[in-house]
Design a protein around this ligand. Structure first.
Ligand code: ADP
Ligand code: ADP
Length: 234
């Protein structure tokens, strides 16, 4: 699971008034387990594309399919779901819950799992994802932003999403923290082998992390080229 087809997608904001073409005729295919990065300057439509895939927004033309199922068409309402989780640059953990409680939330609430089973599953995944079990009892505000981001990724992964969407998750970090985060993300990718779509304006970051890099250009947002990098992955 986790194949995504973006077929000739266009997105126009406010077609009646101050018309903004955010995306023009964009097509992308992502195979299950691919780590794909989308890179391009500010305003080229990266977040628009991410919002469409996440089900926060609709397409004006074209369609998006996830594992062959229609996700977005011009006539269908946007539908978000736990099978597509977005991690942003700003924290979204519950500050009043511990790390463990944050990670257990999905299994308990979305999957109606029993308390001890959810706890076991959360601890297991925290342990596998770079030894995060050691911060299980901490509250998010006690952690560095890098650590919070790692916990958010684990909280996303525990719901077994078909695709993990990362929208500039390390944007506000300094170079050293960023590089450390890259190692952690690649480790989590090796553990979970989910399809990952990573958005960034940083070409070096895109090339370092992804198997494939899609380059977008603005005015209007179009896909310029696709570059294969880091293949085959060791
Ligand atoms: P990026 O993420 O690459 O910086 P965006 O997807 O945020 O680009 O934006 C693409 C274009 O669409 C920009 O010109 C932006 O101003 C415009 N845009 C984004 N969201 C809206 C909106 N809700 N209403 C009108 N224009 C928008
Ligand atoms: P060079 O400048 O000789 O091409 P780099 O300084 O780019 O070498 O890379 C040296 C090492 O630093 C790499 O093997 C890699 O482990 C690490 N590294 C480089 N870029 C990144 C990055 N964006 N994120 C994490 N680690 C990186």
């Amino acid at each position: 699971v986790g194949s995504l087809s973006i077929e000739s997608v266009s997105k126009t904001y406010d077609p009646e008034g101050a018309r903004v073409v955010a995306l023009h005729d964009c097509s992308v295919d992502i195979a299950p387990g691919d780590f794909l990065a989308i890179v391009g300057p500010s305003g080229c439509g990266k977040s628009t594309l991410m919002n469409i895939i996440a089900g926060f927004d609709n397409v004006t033309e074209g369609r998006v399919l996830l594992d062959g199922q229609l996700l977005a068409t011009p006539s269908s309402p946007p539908k978000p779901g736990p099978d597509r989780v977005v991690v942003f640059q700003n924290g979204a953990l519950f500050p009043w819950k511990t790390v463990l409680e944050n990670v257990m939330y999905g299994p308990l609430v979305q999957h109606k799992m029993a308390l001890d089973a959810a706890e076991e599953r959360a601890m297991d995944l925290l342990t596998k994802c770079g030894g995060l079990d050691k911060v299980a009892a901490s509250y998010p505000p006690q952690l560095s932003s890098g650590m919070q981001r790692r916990v958010e990724i684990v909280r996303a992964l525990i719901n077994e999403p078909k695709i993990l969407l990362l929208d500039e998750p390390f944007r506000a970090m300094d170079t050293v923290s960023k590089n450390t985060m890259h190692q952690h993300l690649l480790e989590m990718y090796r553990v979970c082998r989910k399809t990952i779509l990573f958005i960034t304006h940083d070409l070096e970051e895109a090339i370092y992390l992804a198997d494939k890099v899609i380059v977008m250009t603005s005015r209007p947002g179009t896909i310029k080229s696709t570059i294969a990098v880091n293949l085959p992955r060791p």
